[in-house]
Design a protein around this ligand. Sequence first.
Ligand code: ATP
Length: 199
Amino acid sequence: MYLKSIEIHGFKSFANKIVFQFHNGITGIVGPNGSGKSNVADAVRWVLGEQRIKQLRGASMQDVIFSGTETRKPLSYAYVAITLDNSDHQLAIDYDEVTVARRIYRSGESEYLINGTPCRLKDVNELFYDTGIGKEGYSIIGQGQIDKILSGKPEERRELFDEAAGIVKFKRRKAAAQTKLENEKQNLVRVNDILSELE
Ligand code: ATP
């Protein structure tokens, strides 16, 4: 699996639609300060489901929409799509190519799409569990993040290793099963109460 392209339109400084194509080897994005290099990484984080606006260096989610310049009007929506080669089927989906997209309007309305089909944020999260790519993954190492990892809490460091070891989805499933079990136990207690009242 590898990243084939990123399409950005209306996200932060990218008023015009732009498509980054990635080929084999290493790709560098260079440019003067403030030209939008970090905005490309923000776009990838955002499309992967980042909900914490601070991580995207803004104050509200609408801040990711192109806000205009002296010569250009603001845009009404932001759109980002990443396309991954999935011919090795590392992503548990029956396609050799997977495009994940996210769109947000100034009204606050937003949507996620997987291969053009609207889906929930949960579906995007689940698609990337244990791949290192998800918003909590280690595929994007931001400025200062190494320091944060080294000086972070042991539990936070553990999460990173869990992701790399590919056990996050099992931990999530275990937690969901435990919650269900707990609910069933409570139901059982209630049933027993009713039964003893009737006896
Ligand atoms: P540096 O090399 O200094 O880290 P950079 O190339 O990474 O810079 P970014 O931080 O990606 O630059 O881009 C910052 C630019 O993006 C600023 O000029 C800022 O005005 C612009 N920008 C951020 N959000 C928006 C927005 N919503 N609408 C228009 N422009 C925006």
